[in-house]
Design a protein around this ligand. Sequence first.
Ligand code: ZN
Ligand code: ZN
Length: 328
Amino acid sequence: MPLLRIARYRGGVLLLYRDVGVLLDPSTHVGTGDGTDYYVFISHAHIDHSRGLSIASFRRYATYQTIALCRSRGQNIDGVYGVRYGDIFSLPYGVSVEVLNAGHILGSAIFRVETPEAVILYTGDFNTVRSFTVEPAETARCDIAIIESTYGSPNFILPPRGRVYLDLVSWMVRCLNDGYTPVIQTDVLGNSQELNTVINKLTNVKVYVHPRVARYNRVYEEYGCQLKYSVSGIDFLDGVYIVPKDIFLDNPRFKVGFASGWALRFSNDRYPIPFSDHADFKSIIGYIEEIKPKKVYTFHGGIYDRVLAKEIMSRVNIDASPLPDYDR
Ligand SMILES: [Zn+2]
Ligand SMILES: [Zn+2]
């Protein structure tokens, strides 16, 4: 009987070895008293991954950057242990957890978990493309990989970043010359800071950001990212304006763009800026070819978990399936 179990649990991933439970990115509370000794590791500060930081009854670990980003939006992070890339934590029974860079957003981590039975690599959200704000994801040897499948379908291949950035700049300049404010709707954490940097580096156009973007900008600056911007409410402005993707805009002097990997599929009359802080399909396959696991579990992509698993089996000939649910 193997002692190691790997499953979906509480919205995240459970790696259970004997009674040591390494719990990655759980989103709901974990019951106490089931005899398991839980260690919660949070991969990054996006809300769908970091709710578990506030589960006070367990030991919780996250990078210092993740802790700072969560704190900046008012999340309770009392008692969370700060970790750095390269740290290795030894747990009972020869289990250890190593922290690697995931290349997704500031502070995002991949966790490499060694157990006496197998080495497991959990990518969380990851990206292999070099950006202006984060280094690309690290690779590491493993037996079993748990890979995010957000863009796990062959339809999701993003154009090269350089081209997307040049298109973005010419669109912005066109809008400004025509007397409009170019407004970019995007993720407030990650994409916003990358776009702010890109525009600063490639142009002299003034960057304005919404207050919900600004609070994360400040943490990026604290960790060495140089950003030039002003904070503004919704208004007609003499520069480009970066705002949350869920905000309502009806100013006739705005021209609106949408920056996301999903802009490949839909942009609802907005100017599409197809770029992402997630690996696209080609990068996911390339990453798997590099780490050469014996088995891949797909995770976090909804319907794409199944699609990606099939593609991995046919393209790189590695056994793959969606991560199973935990069943006692
Ligand atoms: Zn994320
Ligand atoms: Zn995610």
